[in-house]
Write a protein that binds this ligand. Structure first.
Ligand SMILES: [Zn+2]
Length: 279
């Protein structure tokens, strides 16, 4: 199927078994975490098999991701020192957040994470032996330790806390850019995601919350988070900021919000969802 006519969220089927002798193929080419783009091609699309062959880049590894209505799609890792071929350029994953449709962004994020999984698990972390790919799932296996290494995913919660018609937004001490966002944090071993919400909120801003409501989730490939979004109601406490993590946190009326996060992010969706419900 032609990329231009595809509906990626409907037509992409993730899989492990490559179709035999397909007419066409697509290649998402990644070098050192950056994605190859065809100059002047907007919106972005992956390279066809012919384009990849003729652009002169050598694949370090290639991973079948699935098919687009029968056309296979590969994540291709190339040498980080390789020069950009004439007519092409590498761009960071961040630049795709606002330049492609969301399902395309997720597909590119999938390609990047599969390549990173392969790079990081070529050798067993316990005994150092070379691992091998298994045919049944996306894992690298150490035969001598009998350990399987899957792509690493880091589940994280993200929560919009509301109090009447105000919401709590915070400026992260390490964030890129000067904007206020919802609170977020990684799930720890042994925790339910609801427990993570309560712990993170208390650690970061010193508040107790109640009436958690699961909202939505988002794959966030910077580098491998799975964001689980919640709404929560303020229960009690005064703002006490965890200085290493939070530069500032304030209650804002939903009609008078500061510079918000990108609408491609679940933080933006949570804020928008709250505003819609208040209106
Ligand atoms: Zn081992």
């Amino acid at each position: 199927m032609d990329w231009e006519h595809a509906n990626i969220s409907n037509d992409f089927n993730p899989g492990l078994t490559e179709p035999e002798a397909p007419d066409q193929s697509y290649h998402i080419v990644i070098s050192d975490g950056e994605v190859l783009c065809i100059d002047g091609q907007y919106p972005w699309r992956p390279l066809t098999g012919d384009e990849f062959q003729w652009c002169g880049l050598d694949a370090v590894s290639s991973h079948y991701l699935g098919d687009l209505s029968g056309t296979p799609i590969y994540a291709v890792e190339v040498d980080p020192d390789a020069d950009e071929p004439s007519g092409y350029g590498f761009q960071s994953l961040w630049s795709f957040l606002t330049s492609v449709e969301q399902p395309v962004f997720y597909l590119i994020g999938r390609a990047k994470q599969v390549i990173e999984w392969h790079q990081h698990h070529n050798f067993c972390g316990a005994c150092g032996q070379v691992t091998s790919t298994t045919p049944v799932d996306r894992s690298r296996k150490c035969e001598s330790c009998n350990i399987a290494f899957y792509p690493r995913l880091s589940p994280s919660i993200i929560v919009l806390i509301h109090k009447g018609d105000e919401i709590l937004l915070a400026k992260n001490a390490h964030a890129r850019g000067n904007f206020y966002s919802t609170l977020a944090g990684f799930v720890e071993p042994g925790e339910s995601i609801e427990e993570t919400v309560h712990r993170e909120v208390f650690e970061e801003v010193g508040l107790k919350v109640r009436n958690l409501r699961y909202y939505n989730s988002q794959s966030w490939p910077f580098p491998n988070s799975l964001m689980l979004g919640f709404h929560a109601e303020y229960d009690s406490g005064e703002l006490v900021l965890q200085e290493e993590e939070i530069a500032d946190a304030q209650w804002f009326h939903y009609n008078d919000l500061p510079h918000k996060p990108a609408m491609m992010s679940i933080s933006g969706w949570l804020i928008d969802d709250f505003i819609k419900r208040m209106d």
